[in-house]
Write a protein that binds this ligand. Structure first.
Ligand code: C2O
Ligand code: CU
Length: 488
């Protein structure tokens, strides 16, 4: 069967002009963009919305005519889109039918540490894990992916990842496109390399991880989408292990960014380029007129102090077609976007009670590699902290924090641009730069199970560019578990 994990898209279309990309291997014929199905759920007697996920292997026609062995949740690749409303209690039954232990982490979610799905919540082969929590954060485009320590890059590369959409009244307002799969489209962008037989090539990573020459959108190479109305909302996830994308439209026209990792921006921001590092998301609204519009990844104009040779090594010179948006037959003018989207109360650096520093260098943070038996710091619940994150390398890194969303105070001393001024959980940290973040942890304390912070270039994370922290109530003493141990 074709793409058992995704909506059936059997039609192979031929297009007249599908230029080859500079770095790659885009097929000459585009196929319809697969839309991950919404995960079915049932609400039980306690009011908990219950989902079932099973991780298993399969085969997927990622490139036309080739059967590629892949991993997926409830299908051969990726996973269903999970959707819940703010305030709902959700529960999961997750079974691992893979030959290796894995975990499922809720990236961007405010979630108790023992249900976070980090490296301590391993699901053994044949095992089942049942996390549950109440969704309590602004509507946002989140995602889920494996987080087994040392194997995250490979598990994601083989196909394990899915979207987790949190809805609230603002994100589903009539003024924003929000008809899933029609004008509100998840777009998981990843890069892959294939062997001659069509298997995923896991060999020769660069210093920032496996860089593929073929772009995969929602699991397959070379896609188009028929836009039914005058505009479309794309919820873009950089689901790659190490590749950075500088998104734009091929014709140079502008689009509106409406949300960053943690939810809606205060107001739409008009952009012609949007850089996303691994793990970051953005929601954009694209107007589609008379002719097709191509979403492309462009070379980085200013590779931020990276020398030219290195820029090539890290894929920053590459360009790729990502998705072709085809207009509908009948056109109506695009309604104006709301001028204001969300109210974000700014955390004030002057109120920060705690300051911490995180130096990223040589696969380490603060000169240490991740140790699952070492707690790197403890944070006090409901306390504002100011984190200074420095990239001391000539390589790209980024920085991700579990459980919370942060605000960027400044980048090398300058206020962040408008599109980086909302809630974030992952931020690109260019070589040599310093980024200050302000954040707080609320609601959940646990003396035993830690949360993680790390570089989200998955190879770096696997190599140990990660640390762990406990969130404690006043007076609570740490009582961390020691590994190895199985899930809770
Ligand atoms: Cu997306 Cu700690 O991960
Ligand atoms: Cu890194």
């Amino acid at each position: 069967t074709f793409l058992t994990g995704l909506a059936a898209v059997p039609v192979i279309a031929t297009v007249g002009c599908s230029p080859r990309t500079t770095a790659g291997a885009a097929p000459d014929t585009l196929r319809p963009l697969p839309i991950p199905p919404l995960a079915p759920s049932t609400v039980d007697a306690t009011g908990t919305r219950r989902f079932t996920l099973t991780a298993a292997s399969g085969t997927t026609e990622m490139i036309p005519g080739k059967r590629t062995p892949t991993w997926g949740f409830n299908g051969s690749i990726l996973g269903p889109t999970i959707r819940a409303r703010r305030g709902e209690k959700v529960g999961f039954t997750i079974t691992n039918r893979l030959p290796e232990p894995t975990t499922v982490h809720w990236h961007g979610m405010h979630v108790p540490a023992r249900h976070d799905g980090g490296p301590h919540q391993t699901i053994a082969p044949g095992g089942t894990w049942k996390p549950e929590w109440t969704v309590n954060q602004p509507g946002a485009t989140l995602w889920y992916h494996p987080h087994p320590h040392g194997s995250t890059e490979k598990h994601a590369y083989r196909g394990l990842a899915g979207m987790f959409l949190v809805d609230d009244d603002q994100t589903t307002t009539a003024a924003l496109p929000h008809d899933y799969g029609v004008d509100d489209i998840p777009l998981i962008v990843q890069d892959r390399r294939f062997t001659a037989s069509g298997a995923l090539d896991e060999s020769s990573p660069s210093d920032i991880g496996l860089l593929g020459d073929t772009i995969i959108t929602n699991g397959i190479a070379g896609t188009y989408f028929d836009v039914a109305g005058p505009r479309v909302r794309l919820r873009i996830l950089n689901g790659s292990g190490g590749r950075m994308y500088n998104f734009g439209l091929a014709d140079g026209s502008a689009f509106s960014m409406i949300a960053s990792d943690g939810g809606l921006l205060p107001r739409p921001v008009s952009l012609t380029r949007l850089a996303l590092s691994p793990g970051e998301r953005a929601e954009i609204v694209v107007s589609v007129g008379q002719s097709p519009v191509r979403l492309r990844a462009f070379p980085f104009d200013d590779p931020q102090g990276i020398g030219n040779d290195d820029a090539a090594q890290f894929g920053l010179d590459d360009s790729f077609d990502i998705l072709e948006l085809r207009p509908a037959e009948t056109r109506t003018p695009a309604p104006a976007l709301p001028t204001s989207l969300a109210t974000i109360s700014q955390l004030n650096p002057a109120t920060a009670a705690v300051r911490r520093r995180f130096d990223l260098q040589w696969y380490m943070i603060n000169r240490q590699r991740m140790d699952m038996n070492r707690i790197d710091h403890t944070s006090r619940v409901d306390t504002t902290e100011l984190w200074t994150v420095r990239n001391r390398d000539n390589w790209p890194h980024n920085f991700h924090v579990h459980d919370t969303q942060f605000q960027i105070v400044d980048v090398d001393g300058r206020r962040p641009p408008a599109h980086l001024s909302g809630w974030k959980d992952t931020v690109y940290v260019p070589p040599g730069s310093t980024i200050r973040l302000i954040l707080r942890f609320s609601d959940y304390t646990d003396p035993t199970f830690p949360y993680m912070y790390h570089c989200h270039l998955m190879l770096h994370e696997d190599q140990g560019m990660m640390g762990q922290f406990l969130v404690l109530a006043p007076g609570q003493r740490p009582a961390p578990m020691t590994m190895p141990m199985s899930g809770p």
